[in-house]
Write a protein that binds this ligand. Structure first.
Ligand code: SAH
Length: 396
């Protein structure tokens, strides 16, 4: 039986010749054959040229996710083994992130040419998150390959909220294979230990993307008073304490996250850290009212906008946070502005930081413009994968 064909509308093939993997329904002229959701299809231009092979899903706005630009290559076990092996090779043999108790992202969806799946490693466990029906249906095959390549003790499935509706895929959090993760699972990161609750923690348990930014900020913290806003399980704040900060205050609205943060402080023998459960906007305003000052302020809020319509409101949120942070920063203090909203570009973030500094009548120098750790690469064909910005500045 021949592979069903998806024929694009005239003049709509260019992004896909450019290897962008998302074929939205609106770009499609017609389907030849009757692919079921999850089946392989070949995508052709309106002019009749082969573009790429992908997996079909009539229930998603992304009707076809593309995986191979070589004609005649089947998306079978050998294909996924090759893709996954190359993702693992980057982390193990290029970035040298492997090792006992290490945590790193093994597969980052489009960035690793596997649109719709994320795999994280936490010591001997893997978490897998599927955001594409085609790959979710192949989860047994994928789990088998991951076991061969990484030899974990267990693989745990995490699902993103709302993904059932978006992709028509029925998935639930729970073990996919092997042993359940222990309740006190810890990873080691730059000499610090972090407890990770990979069954119930946010995202897949921990924010691996900030690893190098935490280390970069820590270098600026010896002897300093540090405010870690949106601290989750203590990331930036614990690095700062270990680097010799005089005092660290972490703030987050999640009590379960702070419980781990407090335990992390104990595990690492760090006594100069305290954590407060509060809404950051409120807490920062209270600290301003109380006349408190800090030498370093880290802002690492969650994603504020999921679509373009939400961007203006998101920018207001970032603006408010920066206004408060500047009031808390003492003379020549360090401001760390993280932004994981992909729809807000680095230029937009810097524009906003600049405006807030001018309003506050303060000079500001950017010291570092950073992105995520390189186990979260950016595929040049899908630059939407570059979402995290971290701007470190000095505020005079
Ligand atoms: N800096 C952390 C990651 C932060 S993720 C690290 O290095 O690991 C964003 C955090 O913001 C989450 O822990 C979430 O609980 C918290 N959060 C979201 N909205 C909040 C709010 N309005 N006030 C306080 N915390 C909030």
């Amino acid at each position: 039986m021949s592979t069903p064909k998806v024929i694009l509308k005239p003049k709509r093939a260019q992004p896909f010749f450019g290897r962008h993997p998302w074929v939205f329904a609106g770009a499609i002229d017609r389907v030849e054959g009757t692919p079921a959701d999850g089946d392989e299809v070949d995508v052709y231009s309106g002019g009749g040229n082969f573009v790429a092979r992908g997996l079909f899903n009539s229930q998603s706005k992304i009707h076809v996710r593309l995986y191979s630009w070589d004609p005649g290559v089947a998306l079978d076990a050998a294909f996924f083994r090759d893709r996954l092996a190359r993702a693992v090779d980057l982390r193990h043999h290029v970035l040298n992130l492997a090792g006992p108790d290490k945590g790193y992202r093994v597969v980052f969806s489009e960035s690793d040419f596997l649109s719709g799946m994320v795999v994280d490693r936490y010591a001997d466990w893997l978490t897998v998150q599927f955001t594409a029906l085609g790959l979710a249906r192949r989860r047994e095959l994928i789990a088998g390959v991951l076991r061969d390549l990484l030899n974990p003790r267990g693989i745990y499935l995490r699902t993103e909220k709302g993904i059932g509706k978006l992709e028509g895929v029925e998935l639930y959090d729970g073990p996919l294979w092997g042993e359940l993760p222990p309740p006190d699972l810890t990873i080691e990161e730059n000499g610090l230990r972090f407890l990770v609750n990979l069954a119930e923690g946010q995202k897949t348990g921990y924010y691996l993307d900030q690893r190098d930014n935490r280390a970069a900020v820590a270098r600026l913290c010896p002897g300093k008073r540090v405010l870690d806003a949106f601290c989750y399980t203590g990331g930036f704040g614990l690095y700062a304490a270990k680097a010799g900060a005089a005092e660290v205050l972490g703030v987050d609205a999640s009590e379960p996250a702070l419980e781990l943060a407090r335990r992390n402080a104990v595990v690492n023998g760090l006594g100069t850290v305290s954590f407060t459960c509060a809404d950051v906007f409120r807490q920062l305003a209270d600290l301003v009212a109380a006349g408190r000052k800090f030498d370093v302020v880290v802002l690492d809020p969650p994603k504020f906008a999921r679509n373009r319509a939400a961007v203006p409101e998101a920018l207001k949120g970032y603006r408010r946070l920066h206004q408060l942070a500047l009031k808390l920063l003492d003379r020549d203090g360090i401001l760390v502005s993280c932004c994981c909203t992909g729809l807000i570009a680095l230029a937009d973030l810097e524009e906003l930081i600049g405006q807030v500094a001018v309003e506050a009548r303060r000079d500001l120098q950017i010291l570092e413009r950073r992105g995520p750790s390189p186990d979260h690469p950016v595929a040049i064909s899908c630059r939407e994968t570059g979402y995290l910005k971290c701007v470190i500045s000095r505020v005079l």
